[in-house]
Design a protein around this ligand. Structure first.
Ligand code: RAT
Ligand code: ZN
Length: 419
C-alpha cells in the first residue's frame, strides 16, 4: 500500500494550493453591478472603508463624542476618515473585515503605511470603472459575478429600461424580499406598476404576482430568485408569506426551471441607529427548509444560514434532499476560522456537492480579499482530505484536483441550476 510521507504530503498540499488559486470562481451572490450601472458599482478606498461591516466595528472604537447622528451627517470621505483613524491608526486592523482592506491594498500594489488616504484616493480616482473591473476580476480570478437585482429598488430599476451594453460576466439574480416579507406594502407597489393584485389571497392575485416575477425574470435575465429570511420564518404557514410561496414564487421557479435561494437567519435592524450596519443574527427553524424541500420535490433550493448553529443541520438536510444545495459562509460566518470549520464539515459530509463560498461583496475591490482568504482555507481543507486518502493508497491526480476545485467554485452550482 502506498503511504503518503511528510514530503509527499506537503508537495500534494502545494499542488492543491496552486490549482485552487488557478481555478476561476463563479461568485454566486454579491451586491456588485456591472459598470453600465454607473454609480451603483461601488469601488475604491472610501467605499471599502464605509463598508457596513466596518461601520459596526468602528462604533466600538470611535470616540464617544462621535454620535450616530454626527457620523451619518458626515460625507462619505469624512466617514472613511473616522473609520480609518479608529480601526487602522488607533488600533491594529486585525478583524477579518479590516484585514480585508489591507489584503486588497497589498494586492493592488498600494502601501497604506506610506502615504495617507489622500494618496490612496487619488490612485483609485484615476482608474476608470472598466479598467478597475478588469484589474479586480483578474486579481481575484473571478470569471462570473452574481448580482442582487431588486425590482423594488428605485435606484436600480431605471437602469433596466436602458438599452446599454452590459458586461456578460455579471449575471442577474431576482431579489424579492419586499414581496415575500412585506406583502402589505408590496401590494400598492405592484398595483402602481400595472399588476392587478389585492391584499386578498385570490387566484387572480397569485397569477398577477407570477406575471410580475416572469416579467422581471425575462427583463433582467435572472438565473435564480432569492430572499433573505428572519429567524421566525415558518413553512408551511397560513400567512401571506406561506401563501405567496405556494401560489406564486414556487410555481414561478418551477415554470422557469430556476432555483429559489434562501438566506436564513437575519434579524434586521437590531440597532436601527447603525442603519445598514444594524442587522443581527438569529437561529432559524430548519424544519421549515425540510418541509419546503419535501413538499416541493420539483423545486430546487439554494440555502445558506447566518447562524453557525444552523449550519450542521443544513448539511444533514442536504444529505436527505437532492433538491437542496448549501452555499456560502455568509456575513458573520465569513471569517477564516468559521469558513475552515464549515468547509471541512461540508466536505466530510457532502463530498464536493455544495458551493463553499460566495463573496457577498458590496465593493468591487472586496472580491480580491474575500476570494484570496477563502481560497487559502478551501485549499487547506481539500488538501487535508486528499492527504488522508493518499495515506490509504488513493493518490489524487492533478486532473482530479482541477475537476474538484472547479466543482466547488461554481461547477456544482451551475449543474444544480440547470436541474
Ligand atoms: O452581507 C451583507 O452585505 C448583508 O448586508 C446582506 O446584504 C446580505 O448579504 C443579504 O444579501 O441580505
Ligand atoms: Zn448579500
Amino acid at each position: 500500500m502506498a503511504h503518503c510521507d511528510h514530503g509527499s504530503s506537503s508537495a500534494l498540499r502545494q499542488r492543491v494550493g496552486d490549482i485552487v488559486s488557478q481555478t476561476p470562481v463563479l461568485d454566486l451572490h454579491t451586491h456588485l453591478y456591472d459598470p453600465s450601472f454607473r454609480s451603483l458599482l461601488l469601488r475604491g478606498i472610501d467605499d471599502l472603508l464605509v463598508y457596513h461591516y466596518l461601520v459596526s466595528e468602528s462604533f466600538r472604537q470611535l470616540d464617544r463624542d462621535v454620535s450616530y447622528d454626527r457620523f451619518w451627517a458626515a460625507s462619505k470621505s469624512e466617514q472613511a476618515d473616522l473609520i480609518w483613524d479608529a480601526l487602522f491608526v488607533k488600533h491594529s486592523p486585525v478583524s477579518e473585515a479590516c484585514a480585508g482592506v489591507i489584503t486588497v491594498l497589498n494586492a493592488l500594489g498600494l502601501d497604506p503605511r506610506h502615504g495617507d488616504l489622500k494618496a490612496l484616493r487619488a490612485w483609485f480616482a484615476a482608474l476608470p470603472a472598466e479598467q478597475h473591473v478588469e484589474r479586480v476580476l483578474a486579481a481575484a480570478n473571478v470569471s462570473a459575478v452574481g448580482m442582487t437585482n431588486s425590482p423594488f429598488d428605485d435606484e436600480e430599476r431605471p437602469y433596466w429600461d436602458q438599452a446599454v451594453a452590459r458586461d456578460p460576466r455579471f449575471f442577474a439574480a431576482l431579489r424579492i424580499d419586499p414581496l415575500i416579507l412585506s406583502w402589505k406594502t408590496a401590494v400598492p407597489f405592484l398595483k402602481q406598476h400595472g399588476y392587478d393584485v389585492s391584499s386578498d389571497r385570490t387566484p387572480r392575485t397569485a397569477s398577477e404576482v407570477r406575471r410580475f416575477l416572469a416579467d422581471w425574470t425575462r427583463r433582467i435575465g435572472s438565473r435564480y430568485c432569492m430572499v433573505s429570511l428572519p429567524p421566525e420564518f415558518q413553512y408551511p404557514a397560513d400567512t401571506d408569506t406561506g401563501w405567496l410561496l405556494d401560489h406564486a414564487v414556487l410555481p414561478h421557479c418551477r415554470e422557469f426551471g430556476q432555483p429559489f435561494a434562501l438566506m436564513m437567519g437575519v434579524r434586521r435592524a437590531v440597532n436601527p441607529s447603525l442603519r445598514m450596519a444594524g442587522d443581527g443574527v438569529g437561529r432559524s427553524d430548519l424544519n421549515a427548509l425540510r418541509d419546503l424541500c419535501a413538499a416541493n420535490p420539483d423545486n430546487r433550493f439554494l440555502a445558506t444560514c447566518l447562524s453557525r448553529e444552523n449550519l450542521h443541520e443544513l448539511v444533514v438536510l442536504a444529505r436527505k434532499f437532492r433538491n437542496l444545495h448549501p452555499f456560502g459562509c455568509w456575513w458573520f460566518t465569513n471569517t477564516p476560522q468559521l469558513v475552515d470549520e464549515i468547509t471541512r464539515m461540508r466536505l466530510e459530509l457532502l463530498g464536493t456537492s455544495f458551493t463553499p463560498q460566495h463573496s457577498d461583496a458590496r465593493v468591487l475591490d472586496q472580491l480580491i480579499y474575500k476570494w484570496q482568504h477563502t481560497r487559502s482555507v478551501v485549499a487547506g481543507a481539500l488538501g487535508d482530505r486528499y492527504v488522508a486518502l493518499a495515506s490509504n493508497g488513493w493518490q489524487v491526480t492533478d486532473e482530479e484536483i482541477r475537476r474538484d476545485a472547479a466543482e466547488l467554485f461554481g461547477g456544482a452550482f451551475d449543474r444544480f441550476c440547470r436541474g
